[in-house]
Design a protein around this ligand. Structure first.
Ligand code: CA
Length: 231
């Protein structure tokens, strides 16, 4: 039995046997699946409906998978793309990732492996959604604004970045190292960063608590910081 609902995956694969077996597996796993056997069909499918993820064979009869990948990236920088390739040459894989693939699988691969990779990519892209809610806190990424209980928060750009990053973790704890890398984009270990981070965290907490709502920013002793509704 097939269902029409479910997250849409565009499967670009010219090997009919492989395509059919992947399609069946994906549908049985609760996904919707649109199949394309050629570059042209894939382009048409992309015009019709935007999938949540593209599974892309690098060797297509009427065009290079890498070219299709560039085409996809020009239209949507965030659409997760997993490339599959029969050619195990490292240059293909590296080339694919440089061209904007999010992950790759070398054929033959186990279906369970593919499913696991798809789920990882979908989780990442879910994090890239444009609006988040934590309790009565709303964060809007396109406008870079946040509000609590309808009252706008007056945040500096860095405070907003910090808040948005914490929200993207969906209840997982951020360590200082994670904040340093993801919010301040500082890769090397710098003791002086700890102070900077702590000051921003404390200001952000103060602003979040101004509304009198329940505290949302919690310190996990010895680990880091988590943004979530109190239990
Ligand atoms: Ca092929």
């Amino acid at each position: 039995m097939e269902r029409d609902e479910g997250t849409l995956i565009l499967l670009v694969e010219d090997d009919k046997t492989l395509s059919e077996s992947l399609r069946r597996g994906l549908v049985e796993s609760g996904f919707s699946c649109r199949c394309a056997a050629t570059f042209g069909e894939a382009e048409a499918a992309l015009r019709e409906a935007l999938p949540a993820l593209v599974l892309l064979d690098m060797g297509l009869p009427d065009g290079d998978g890498a070219e299709l990948l560039r085409h996809i990236r020009r239209r949507d920088a965030k659409l997760p793309v997993i490339i599959t390739t029969a050619r195990s040459g490292i240059s293909d894989r590296v080339g694919g990732l440089e061209n904007g693939a999010d992950d790759y699988l070398v054929k033959p691969f186990a279906f369970e492996e593919l499913l696991a990779r798809i789920r990882v990519q979908l989780r990442h892209s879910e994090r890239a959604q444009l609006q988040w809610t934590v309790g009565d806190l709303k964060i809007d990424l396109p406008t870079r604004t946040a509000s609590r209980g309808g009252t706008p928060l007056d945040l500096t750009p860095r405070e907003f970045d910090l808040l948005a990053y914490l929200a993207s973790l969906r209840g997982e704890t951020a360590t200082r190292q994670m904040l340093q890398l993801e919010v301040w984009h500082v890769r090397s270990a710098m003791a002086s960063m700890d102070n900077v981070i702590d000051v921003h965290v404390s200001r952000l907490r103060h602003k979040l608590d101004l509304s009198g709502g329940a505290p949302l920013l919690h310190t996990v002793r010895g680990v880091g910081l988590v943004l979530k509704e109190p239990e």
